[in-house]
Design a binder for this molecule. Structure first.
Ligand SMILES: [Zn+2]
Length: 141
């Protein structure tokens, strides 16, 4: 574990939590199920930032990589949301190796320790045209 990947932000924490997705600060429009990856050192991070937190390389040309299977750290349900965000809004704090993120969960049935992946195509905010996946439990085969 290389420490937490803090969501430093130009947006309010409430807005970030309400949406449960997206990239505060610079907001490059990458899918919710991908993370940035440093081309030099391989460090991954989720919320957009100007530089790699490990080696300092500019993130301008950083690659993105898919997030495969993660583990739920915590969950919450937000009852009072902005007008264009569903209510109640089920959210999960999840860890994908070194990448930790908050994302919308498909339903309110996740628990800490559950294995999750991103699935589906949903409008996370009604005011945006783009769609993104939500977190769902991985069925143990
Ligand atoms: Zn780096």
């Amino acid at each position: 574990m290389t420490g937490s990947d803090r969501a430093h932000s130009d947006r309010s924490l409430e807005e970030t939590i309400a949406e449960g997705s997206g990239a505060p600060g610079f907001d490059r429009d990458i899918p919710a199920d991908r993370a940035f990856a440093c081309d030099d050192c391989g460090r991954r991070w989720y919320y957009d930032r100007r530089r790699c937190p490990d080696c300092g390389r500019s993130s301008a040309d950083a690659s993105t990589v898919p997030l495969e299977t993660g583990e739920v750290v915590a969950t919450t349900t937000v009852e009072t949301t902005p007008p264009d965000v569903r209510a109640p809004n089920h959210l999960a704090l999840a860890r994908f190796d070194e990448v930790q993120l908050i994302a919308q969960a498909a339903a309110g049935d996740l628990s800490p320790g559950d294995a999750v992946r991103f699935e589906g195509s949903h409008r996370l905010r009604e005011s945006r045209d783009r769609t993104d996946p939500r977190l769902v439990a991985v069925d143990d085969a």
